[in-house]
Every structure is written in structure tokens, then in C-alpha cells.
Design a protein around this ligand. Structure first.
Ligand SMILES: [Zn+2]
Length: 230
């Protein structure tokens, strides 16, 4: 059976949403822990209340829905500086607009993402890395997608450079193993940013390149306020 994106999400169910949150942010079923397994004594709400600079890293425009309440709490309610790093334009997905998606799906989803960033009051960097086309059964394996991304730019260097520039106190992303829906690009983005958090703190790691596939020329790149008004 060919599985489109909607039936894929339906099959995976909303239980995946909780897995989309970092393990150290899940507060109901487990005691909060840091990425290294140490206890996290401060609830996320306390971090946000104290003005945590918040970074969301995901592969697709629309993925912010998975963590929308937390991101809105940071950027809209507390007016914390918040930054979205989105790695693809989702051009492998479906056009769901009755009027069609002209001139192409990447352009439409890029415009939608910019509008979303404006409503969230966040800074956005929107890149153009490869997005695996549907159907789900045809998705390359995670490491194959990473190879494609590395052929297009320097995804790990890009993420490290943005972490060093923005200096987040809190990074929100997918679970590196499950990726909420199982999408390999969700897992890959999560791995890039969790690895990037460690590399960004290592002065021996030099970013060589750190670019994507031509964001400025392709209409991506950076939009929104550098520092949202508080
Ligand atoms: Zn996604």
C-alpha cells in the first residue's frame, strides 16, 4: 500500500508527539533529566520564565506544530528571544491547497514558514537541504539523507555556527531515535542539533563552510527580528 504523508502521520498516532520532545523536557511520566542523564532540577517553565533564549531545530516547515505550545509560551507569552532553524522547504511533500501550489511547493511552503515565524515573533533561518519525496516507503535511509545534505552544504557546521551565534539557553527538537513520526529527517535534524550543542562548546571544533544550498539566492535564509521585542 502506498502511504502518503497524512496516512503516515495517522498510523504513527499522536503518541509520537510526546516523543518529539527532548527527554529532558518530558515532565509527566519521567523525572526531568539532562542529555547526559543527570537530574534536571529546573522545570522548563522556570527556564522560560527566566527568559531562556529558545531555539527550535527541525527539518520541515510545519514541524513547529509538534512543540507549538512550548514555543509560543517562550516567544509570545514571555517575549523570549526565539529562533527557528528549519533545514528543508518540504518540497517532497504534498500540495494540499485546492488552488494548487504555484510556482512550486518549496516556494509556497517557504512563504507559509515566513508567515508562521512572523506570528510566533521569532527569527527564522530557512534552508534548502534535500527533502525526501513521498511516498514514505521510498524514503532513503537516515545516513543516506545525511550524505545528500553533506553534498549540498555543511549541515553540521551550519547548526554549530547558528548555536554559537544565537547562544540558546534551551534547544527544542525531535527525539533523535524516534523523530516523533519516524521520519528520518526528523531524527537527522535532532542529531545535528544535539551533536551541535556539544560541538559549539568545543573551541577545537572549527566550522569550515557552515552553509546550506544557496539560501539567499533561493529565497530562504534569514528573516524576522534578530531579537524579538520583549
Ligand atoms: Zn516533519
Amino acid at each position: 500500500m502506498t502511504m502518503n504523508r497524512r496516512s503516515f502521520l495517522k498510523t504513527m498516532g499522536w503518541g509520537g508527539v510526546a516523543m518529539g520532545w527532548p527527554s529532558w523536557l518530558t515532565g509527566c511520566a519521567h523525572a526531568p533529566v539532562r542529555p547526559d542523564g543527570a537530574p534536571e532540577p529546573r522545570p522548563v517553565e522556570a527556564l522560560l520564565r527566566d527568559g531562556a533564549r529558545t531555539m527550535w531545530c527541525a527539518p520541515h516547515p510545519d514541524d513547529e506544530c509538534f512543540s507549538g505550545t512550548l514555543l509560543a509560551r517562550s516567544s509570545i507569552y514571555y517575549r523570549n528571544p526565539t529562533f527557528f532553524l528549519i533545514l528543508t522547504h518540504g518540497d517532497g511533500g504534498q500540495c494540499c491547497l485546492p488552488e494548487g501550489c504555484e510556482p512550486d511547493l518549496a516556494t509556497i511552503r517557504g512563504r507559509e514558514m515566513a508567515a508562521v515565524a512572523e506570528r510566533y515573533r521569532v527569527e527564522l533561518r530557512h534552508e534548502h537541504f534535500f527533502n525526501a519525496p513521498l511516498p514514505v516507503e521510498s524514503f532513503p535511509l537516515r545516513h543516506q539523507i545525511y550524505e545528500k545534505w553533506c553534498a549540498q552544504g555543511d549541515p553540521q557546521g551550519l547548526v554549530v555556527a547558528e548555536i554559537r551565534r544565537f547562544k540558546p539557553d534551551l534547544i527544542v527538537t525531535f527525539h533523535p531515535d524516534f523523530g516523533a513520526t519516524g521520519h528520518p529527517e526528523h531524527q537527522l535534524a535532532a542529531r545535528l542539533v544535539t551533536t551541535g550543542a556539544r560541538l559549539a562548546a568545543d573551541p577545537a571544533f572549527q566550522v569550515d563552510g557552515g552553509g546550506g544550498p544557496g539560501p539567499a539566492a533561493a529565497g530562504g535564509g534569514r528573516v524576522g527580528p534578530e531579537e524579538p521585542s520583549r
